[in-house]
Design a protein around this ligand. Structure first.
Ligand code: G6P
Length: 359
């Protein structure tokens, strides 16, 4: 145990810190001998033959799927739907003639996701699983498999498998986009390297994040993460992580939707963490944050360089906006980690949670 954790006090701390090297490893693993990102032709042909992609996943993998949808639709121009595994079997969407299914799962063993995959196999549709555990059930059950190459994820709260899922989905988007002509030029290798550097810069200076976590978050009775677009998707993952590790009830919410009910929950001092990484919606998100502030919220902001303002709490290095979730999620993982520690929780094994829900 002690050996595997090395210098780290927990697996969670270790796995959060491994993310820059996981991104670099993924880039390396998916390069062919010409140094281009590539996937096996069986996989690309099957995806190119489809008219709609379905992503089915649970938990953090589902949250990664939301970001994946954005990547695939933007880069490869194929419509994508994202479904929660436990809903899929009972509320099956109307499926077009040529669907392609992506099953995201760190463990490759989640029962609900496997059940959805079993249905898809019954219908004889092609599928690809993205898993982190070689030889896991879903690697055998899907038509194709891609590995996340994130290395063993021991801590119950998923961190590096979230960013690994997004990176592999970005690679899939670029490979398909180049093949179907939606993308003119490869761009991802360089951008993912920038992402890895940006992650590392955040991980090298965690003092301010730790301070916010212990001084502002850890004493609160509830909290919010707000964002729009990709920032909203990260808000969902950030909230899941904060509640799962600190036990503070937290909601991730589309910033513009607060006024329709949820803003009633804002009290004097309620922490509201705003994510601001997308230029087209940055001003709107800031307006929404201001609306909570005038109701008493203690607003904290995580903003990307270039969109930052002097009083932002965390400024993340600038990366390609499509990939911003890979970087903006890091401070939110750290906030959850420090908050859990400060509250005396077992951050590797939060109460009531299992690493893999196989029943
Ligand atoms: C459990 C874990 C989560 C994980 C979810 C899906 O609830 O605690 O961290 O996101 O299962 O797991 P999977 O292995 O399918 O990604």
């Amino acid at each position: 145990d002690a050996i595997e954790k090395g210098e780290f006090p927990s697996y969670l701390a270790k796995e959060i810190s491994e993310q820059p090297s996981v991104i670099r490893k993924i880039v390396q693993k998916y390069q062919n001998d010409k140094g281009e990102l590539s996937l096996s032709p069986d996989i690309t042909d099957s995806i190119l033959d489809s008219d709609r992609i379905y992503i089915v996943a649970a938990g953090t993998s589902y949250n990664a799927g939301l970001v994946g949808k954005n990547l695939i639709e933007t880069i490869a121009r194929i419509p994508v739907e994202v479904h929660v595994s436990s809903e899929f079997a009972y509320h099956t969407p109307l499926i077009p003639k040529k669907p392609f299914f992506l099953f995201l799962s760190q463990s490759g063993e989640t029962a609900d996701t496997r059940q959805a995959l079993a249905l898809v196999n019954e219908w004889e549709y092609p599928s690809l699983s993205l898993t982190n555990v070689p030889g896991s059930a879903m690697t055998r059950e899907a038509s194709f498999n891609l590995s996340l190459h994130a290395g063993p994820e021991i801590s119950v709260p998923s961190t590096k498998s979230y960013t690994a899922h997004i990176a592999v989905l970005a690679i899939l988007s670029e490979v398909i986009g180049l093949k179907n002509g939606s993308l003119k030029e490869a761009f991802l290798i360089e951008e993912l390297e920038t992402v890895a550097d940006a992650m590392q810069r955040i991980l090298d200076h965690t003092e301010a994040i730790e301070q916010l976590s212990t001084e502002v978050l850890s004493y609160s009775s509830h909290a919010f993460y707000l964002g729009r677009g990709l920032d909203y998707f990260v808000a969902l993952e950030a909230a899941m992580k904060l509640k799962g590790i600190s036990y503070i009830p937290t909601e991730g919410f589309p910033a513009g939707e607060m006024k329709h009910g949820t803003i009633a929950l804002i009290e004097e001092g309620t922490p509201v963490i705003g994510l601001v990484t997308e230029e087209p919606v940055a001003r709107r998100t800031r307006n929404n944050l201001q609306e909570t502030k005038t109701r008493g919220a203690h607003v904290l902001t995580i903003a990307m360089e270039g969109l930052d303002q002097p009083d932002d709490n965390v400024v993340i290095p600038k990366v390609n906006p499509l990939l911003s979730p890979l970087v903006s999620v890091i401070p939110t993982q750290l906030l959850a980690y420090y908050c859990g520690l400060h509250r005396g929780n077992d951050v590797d094994k939060p109460r009531n949670l299992a690493k893999s829900v196989t029943v």
